[in-house]
Ligand binder design. Structure first.
Ligand SMILES: [Cu+2]
Length: 381
């Protein structure tokens, strides 16, 4: 597949140093062009920054992190290992050869603070079949890093990007052309959370904290069927390519699930919390729109578009996750019991799989809700 000429031109341009930018400004002044004032920024010597390794964990959990940054900017080293693996995605044994970062769908959450540098080692396991890469929506330049991270099986590449914008963001594989949607709808996506250095704030600048955080990655799958209507099984990754493209063209997913499989976040996989705890839910959808709703609760604070630089919405009933983005919602649980966190397209929630449960421990508050009388027969009058 050929690279577009514009992109080639882009990639062929040497990176401008800060000095180069000033030189460009001087040239502009000499030519009587308007000069953009460049604020004198502190020059950061990346080689002297402290380095920390962030251990990736499988969703719905987040890596260990502090809500406020401790000290100055750091280089956060993470390793993402690409694995093509067969996964079961529902309770009927439906299979998909998933394309994964670190073996999970979605891939692991990376957490940084604004001003940190994220240094990613991307490894494509030797047993894999396909070329892969990674496009970070949180990063600036080179197709989110996609143009600098293409790796064949057996190769690894290291990319460093600066976390300039606080918020929640999707990352995904984008190897080019139709391989982009193919890889994304086979599970190859995850999320980054860039926290403000002094933590989250409400719209008035007051600090917001969370007691727990969960990463919910919504995944649409397009599984081909045989003539009898049964989901087809394949021997190796990529063997379904032609069949899957036909299903993808219908724009009608066969499965819409949280964290890789129908039921991944219910029963034994249910999320947990306690009455009085504030829980941050980060919801990513790399390909398709979604409308999360917490049945029995509310979106106290919702960064719908994912930007922590912007004032959060408050007290939302249902919110919106644009396909290709991640958003965050903070809720304080006031009542025990089972809450369902769903995509409130209820067909997708109940029939296609987009339901998670949150099991909340604590004491029931009769003031908030009570069953005044149990069901009894009545006479229609
Ligand atoms: Cu890929």
């Amino acid at each position: 597949m050929s690279t577009p000429a514009t992109l080639k031109a882009l990639l062929g341009t040497p990176h401008l140093s800060r000095r180069g930018l000033f030189a460009a400004a001087t040239v502009a002044a000499a030519a009587s062009l308007p000069v953009v004032e460049v604020a004198a920024e502190e020059v950061i010597d990346i080689a002297k920054l402290p380095r920390v390794t962030q251990k990736m964990v499988a969703p719905p959990f987040l890596p260990e992190h502090t809500q406020k940054a401790e000290g100055g900017p750091k280089v956060i080293e993470v390793t993402l290992t690409i694995e093509e693996k067969k996964m079961i995605i529902d309770d009927e044994g439906t299979e998909v050869w998933a394309l994964t970062y670190n073996g999970s769908v979605p891939g692991p959450m990376i957490v940084a603070h604004e001003g940190d540098y994220v240094e990613v080692t991307l490894q494509n396991l030797p047993g894999n079949i396909m070329e892969h890469n990674i496009d970070f929506h949180s990063a600036t330049g080179a197709l989110g890093g996609g143009a600098l991270t293409k790796v064949l099986p057996g190769e690894q590449v290291v990319l460093r990007w600066k976390a300039t914008k606080p918020g929640t963001f999707v990352y995904h594989c984008a190897p080019g052309d139709v391989m982009i949607p193919y890889h994304v709808v086979h599970g190859m996506n995850g999320a980054v959370m860039v926290l403000p250095r002094d933590g989250l704030k409400d719209g008035e600048g007051k600090p917001l904290t969370y007691d727990r955080a969960y990463f919910i990655g919504e995944q649409d799958y397009y599984i081909p069927r045989d003539e009898a209507g049964n989901y087809k099984k394949y021997e190796v990754a990529g063997e379904n390519m032609s069949d899957a493209m036909d299903v993808m063209r219908t724009l009608t997913p066969t499965h819409v699930v949280f964290n890789g499989a129908k039921g991944a976040l219910t029963e034994k996989g249910a999320l947990t919390a306690k009455v009085g705890e504030k829980v941050l839910f980060i919801h990513a959808q790399a390909n398709r729109d979604s409308r999360p709703h917490l049945i029995g609760g509310h979106g106290d604070y919702v960064w719908e578009g994912g930007s922590f630089n912007d004032r959060p919405d408050t007290n939302l009933e249902t919110w919106f996750i644009r396909g290709g983005s991640a958003g965050a919602m903070l809720y304080r649980f006031d009542q025990p019991g089972i809450y369902a966190y769903v995509n409130h397209n209820l067909i997708e929630a109940v029939m296609l799989g987009a339901t998670a449960h949150v099991v909340v421990d604590g004491e029931w508050n009769d003031d908030l809700m009570t069953q005044v009388s149990k069901p009894t027969p009545f006479t229609q009058g």
